[in-house]
Ligand binder design. Structure first.
Ligand code: F6P
Length: 366
């Protein structure tokens, strides 16, 4: 079997532990050695007790926990070659030539660059006498597999990222809770949800909670939206609705590309309609707590497939991402996904929203 290192990087998300567990257990099952690399790339650079050999028990009782038990960090050192050189050395010391990176697009891009740079890092380590040329030959290739862990569901190439479903549960629960108190006091609530530049969480939460209005980055409201919004809210009230719920994605923008904030909407409604209006910013509550059944299984399925992909990798296999296509777990080329994810952002920056939505390939976000 091969020697695998697994790490989580970037923002955490529910279901990362399920993925880590599956990688360790599937790895052991097929005869691999699996190391847990703690604190993301930082642990890889720091080495020592940050890189520990896992056994079956190391990942017991974690499938139900949110966050990531192996820690995650942003790492400046890994951005510089000396940091990556040290990271390579630490991996080689343990014979690790297979990496599973669980993270967002930035973390996965980093892993792929590391893979491309690997042979030149080995060369330098041989030249400076830190490793033997025999070691360099034995460990000539670094295989990389990525799993997308993010609540934002903003990655091209997979239908769902690990954590999105749990974050949606958190949001829906919060809206349901707000609903009862909002109704008692006939209030309007403006709720800001996460998602960075992606409106998935906001849109799906709005659909599932019967919200009155939703603002998402992919579909800035047309000029004059303020009037339409107020009309709609007043209409709902005239039909006997005692409350209003408005969902704002944290990346929402108006027709000029300016951010639309929850406070701005609150002020508009309080002033024009005189409704008692409150703002609730859900924040990191959305990223916390236990993973849903869906995210546990998604993490398990993706983790198991990651090990199989590594076992089948050859020096010519490009790095891949394990993704969900419909209900199938499939392998897709990492760099193509990262490139398409960047194209989406570029289209969003140029206000080419339709193009961005098409590139992402999810019909219902249109
Ligand atoms: O990418 C996940 C996410 O939770 C985004 O939705 C949000 O914009 C960001 O991370 C928050 O980052 P941080 O945890 O560093 O504040």
């Amino acid at each position: 079997g091969c020697v695998i290192g697994v790490f989580t990087s970037g923002g955490d998300s529910q279901g990362m532990n399920a993925a880590t567990r599956a990688i360790v257990r599937m790895g052991i099952y097929v005869g691999c050695k699996v190391y847990l690399i703690k604190e993301g790339y930082q642990g890889m650079v720091d080495g020592g007790s940050n890189i520990v050999l896992a056994d079956w028990k190391s990942v017991s009782n974690i499938i139900q926990s949110g966050g990531t038990i192996i820690g995650s960090a942003r790492c400046a050192d890994f951005r510089e070659r000396p940091g990556r050189l040290q990271a390579a050395y630490n991996l080689l010391e343990r014979g690790i030539t297979n990496l599973v990176c669980i993270g967002g697009d930035g973390s996965l891009t980093g892993a792929n660059l590391f893979r491309i740079e690997w042979s030149s890092l080995l060369e330098e380590l041989v030249k400076t006498g830190r490793i033997t040329s025999q070691k360099a030959q034995e460990c000539a290739h670094l295989n990389v597999v990525g799993l997308v862990g993010s609540i934002d569901n903003d990655f091209c190439g997979t239908d769902m990222t690990i954590g999105t479903d749990s974050a949606l549960h958190r949001i829906i629960e919060a809206i349901d809770n707000i609903n009862t108190t909002a109704s008692s006091h006939q209030r309007c609530f403006v709720m800001e949800v996460m998602g960075r530049h992606c409106g998935y969480l906001a849109l799906v939460a709005a659909l599932a909670s019967e919200a009155d209005w939703v603002f998402i980055p992919e579909s800035p409201p047309e000029k004059g939206w303020e009037d339409k919004l107020c009309e709609k809210l007043a209409q709902e009230r005239s039909l006997g609705q005692r409350l209003n719920i408005i969902i704002v994605s944290e990346g929402a923008i108006d027709e000029e590309g300016r951010p639309i904030t929850a406070d701005q909407i609150k002020d508009l409604i309080s002033k024009r309609l005189k409704y008692d209006t409150r703002v609730t910013i859900l924040g990191h509550v959305q990223r916390g707590g236990n993973p849903s059944a869906f995210d546990r299984l998604l993490g398990c399925r993706m983790g198991a497939e990651a090990v199989l992909a590594l076992m089948e990798a050859t020096p010519f296999t490009p790095a891949c991402v394990i993704s969900l296509n419909g209900n199938q777990i499939v392998r897709v080329p990492l760099m193509e996904c990262v490139a398409r994810t960047k194209e989406v952002q570029a289209a969003m920056d140029k206000k080419e929203f339709q193009k961005a939505v098409e590139l992402r390939g999810r019909d219902f976000v249109a």
